[in-house]
Design a protein around this ligand. Structure first.
Ligand SMILES: C[S@@+](CC[C@H](N)C(=O)[O-])C[C@H]1O[C@@H](n2cnc3c(N)ncnc32)[C@H](O)[C@@H]1O
Length: 142
């Protein structure tokens, strides 16, 4: 979903992402998927999505991996999902984590990572980075 820019030059209020997240969860279940990875996780409120709660409550995934650079965010995810044993919350840099992940990913939810951050990760250009390993699917944000 694109966020519209008004005549005043500022982003206009946008709809909550709840509907698209629920639809993603429904499709995930429909094709009997197993593994979700969310890069840039966290519990940032309904306007941001609180995606991890949708994955935990509405999918039948047997593995939901929440990755975030920020220890505080990961602590919040752990607290919010403590009743879901299928959720793993991991402090890591997202691109590096994906590069080392060798199992199948059925749903990859990527919060945009600033280009400057990608460049800081190494000598390769962002477009050459292994963001989407073979066989990976992704949703395009909200
Ligand atoms: C807009 S918030 C994500 C909102 C969240 N997914 C939700 O549903 O509420 C962006 C998050 O991405 C994390 N982040 C930014 N760059 C990252 C990176 N390279 N690897 C992992 N996490 C990253 C930030 O620490 C922050 O918690």
């Amino acid at each position: 979903m694109l966020i519209r820019i008004g005549s005043n030059g500022f982003w206009q209020p946008r709809a909550l992402p709840t509907r698209s997240l629920r639809e993603t969860a429904r499709l995930f279940n429909q094709i009997n998927s197993q593994t979700i990875i969310e890069i840039g996780s966290g519990i940032h409120g309904r306007l941001a999505g609180d995606n991890i709660l949708t994955w935990a409550r509405r999918t039948r995934a047997n593995r939901i991996i929440a990755v975030d650079l920020d220890e505080t965010r990961i602590r919040e995810v752990k607290e919010a999902t403590s009743q879901y044993p299928n959720v793993e919350a991991i402090i890591a840099e997202g691109v590096r984590y994906l590069a080392d992940f060798s199992s199948t990913i059925d749903l990859l939810y990527l919060v945009p990572i600033p280009r400057a951050r990608c460049l800081a990760l190494g000598e390769r250009k962002p477009t050459e980075m292994p963001l989407l390993p073979r066989g990976t699917s992704s949703t395009a944000g909200r």
